[in-house]
Design a protein around this ligand. Structure first.
Ligand code: F0G
Length: 480
């Protein structure tokens, strides 16, 4: 954002870019939206994108790209090995993030796969602020176990604590002391996705670094949304408001032994990478790249995407370019909060997060409140959000449901994609749904996959409530 003083003495935040490419959107009538979600097994992952009005499933691989990124894709040098574009990319990682060894992988979870393969063994633990779905899966597949130790404010959706992504350092020291050499590494996710897009403070990573040094354990940072994390440090953390985002990101990443990034998020292209300054770690990790990803100078990515990532990284921390979607998230979150809708506070990055347990207090958790609300929101608006609750967890070894701390519906705002009128539409339709929340009755399984079940699982609405929702919608709001 370009931040200037307004005529009333207020701060004006103005987007420091303009749009020159657009895509037409299609709003289906509500009855067709019901048909579409039924065909998709009440799972928004299985909807066709053509049936979606506002695609707010994720920020992954769907951020708007810059003119410079697109230009770089044209001049990228295709080569199986030794592409010039790859070296331009490693130079960008070094310039922006200060890390000299760069390992390309096809996306974030591929980084998690190889890091888990190298560091995690049977019986090992990985303490972290909070898990992400794919991270947990890879650590467990390698025989390890995650230990989540966020600060206590993180699980209270009403708390406006500025850095709900912070690790509880007292608990971290207890874990390091009791598990000793069975701690594979400490993991910090910045921003913390499943906590509602909440940031980690510089102070916290510094303290975690000290503990890692004291106990001789590597610190791994998942920086998939580090651009937004750094923005919040500048905005909220004492001592950082006059530092540039470039300086802040370098300091933050400088505390990590290993950094990995889903470049589908920060850097607005499609791919991923691992970066480190530790030659020993680099050599251990690269052994796995030709086996699982591809040759070391493309790692499963298209060279064109590598070119776009390089430019995207250089642009990600420019003050003028960052923050547009964060302002929309803030606006929608505050509007919903003002109207009594349960949302995760304070407004963070990534999206607006509805608390489905409070939104639908009449639904027990085995009826999947967040999944039900996500499907209902699609019917009531054509907005595709993502379930981030019980469905996003898998059952334990005995087949029992594992209920996560938070049962959320995430309405994502990809970078530079939506406008203020879209934000107003989100507010209007969520408020309408909140007024009619009693109509939502829950979901039951039709097909339940054994791992990461939320991606491919199919469900059905208990008691045909989708039909009643559509009838009330049509009588009050019409066909659209
Ligand atoms: N780590 C974090 C914090 C993420 O948010 C994601 C992906 C990954 C790792 C995995 O990266 O998708 O490139 O393999 N998050 C997406 C989301 C899918 O919608 O939040 P990936």
């Amino acid at each position: 954002m370009i931040i200037v003083k307004g005529r009333n003495g207020n701060l004006l935040k103005v987007d420091g870019f303009r749009l020159r490419v657009y895509e037409e959107l299609n709003l289906l009538p509500v009855r067709m939206r019901l048909k579409a979600i039924e065909d998709a097994g009440w799972n928004t992952f299985l909807l066709k994108a053509d049936d979606v009005f506002l695609d707010m499933l994720t920020d992954s691989g769907v951020n708007a790209m810059s003119d410079k990124q697109l230009a770089a894709m044209v001049s990228a040098q295709d080569a199986y090995a030794g592409s010039r574009t790859f070296y331009e990319f490693t130079k960008a990682v070094e310039d922006v993030l200060g890390m000299k060894y760069v390992i390309p992988v096809h996306q974030g979870r591929a980084a998690e796969h190889v890091i888990s393969k190298v560091f995690v063994k049977e019986g090992y633990v990985v303490p972290m602020n909070y898990h992400f779905t794919t991270t947990k899966a890879h650590i467990e597949l390698a025989g390890g176990r995650i230990i989540e130790i966020p600060v206590k404010e993180a699980l209270d959706r009403r708390s406006r604590y500025s850095f709900k992504g912070d690790i509880d350092v007292v608990k971290l020291e207890e874990v390091l002391r009791s598990y000793k050499s069975r701690v594979a590494f400490v993991r910090i996710e910045a921003l913390a996705n499943l906590l509602g897009g909440q940031p980690v403070s510089m102070r916290n990573i510094r303290e975690v670094r000290e503990l890692c040094d004291k106990y001789g354990v590597p610190l791994v940072v998942d920086g998939s949304m580090i651009d937004w994390n750094v923005y919040f440090i500048k905005e909220r953390e004492p001592g950082y408001s006059s530092k540039s985002l470039e300086e802040i990101v370098k300091e933050f990443v400088g505390y990590a032994d290993i950094l990995y990034i889903s470049a589908r998020k920060t850097s607005s292209a499609r791919g991923g990478f691992i970066a480190t300054n530790n030659r020993g770690y680099y050599e251990k990790i690269i052994v796995h790249i030709p086996v699982y990803e591809g040759f070391l100078t493309y790692g499963g990515m298209s060279i064109k995407e590598i070119a776009a990532i390089a430019v995207g990284l250089r642009e990600a921390f420019k003050e003028n370019l960052i923050g547009s979607e964060l302002e929309l998230i803030k606006y929608v979150t505050e509007e919903l909060d003002r109207n009594g809708v349960p949302v995760v506070l304070p407004p963070g990055g990534l999206g607006v997060h509805l608390d489905a347990l409070e939104f639908l207090p009449h639904l027990s958790r085995d009826k999947y409140p967040a999944g039900s609300l996500t499907a209902a929101l699609y019917i009531a608006s054509g907005i595709r959000a993502m379930e981030r609750g019980t469905l996003s967890m898998d059952r334990d070894k005995d087949g029992k449901e594992v209920y996560p701390d938070l049962e959320l519906v995430r309405i994502a705002f990809p970078r530079k994609t939506y406008l203020r009128s879209h934000a107003d539409y989100v507010v209007d339709r969520v408020l309408w749904l909140y007024e009619h929340r009693d109509l939502i009755k829950g979901l039951k399984w039709v097909y339940e996959p054994p791992i990461l079940r939320f991606f491919l699982g199919r469900l059905d609405d208990i008691g045909d409530w989708g039909e009643s929702l559509v009838k009330v919608y049509e009588s009050e709001l019409g066909v659209y």
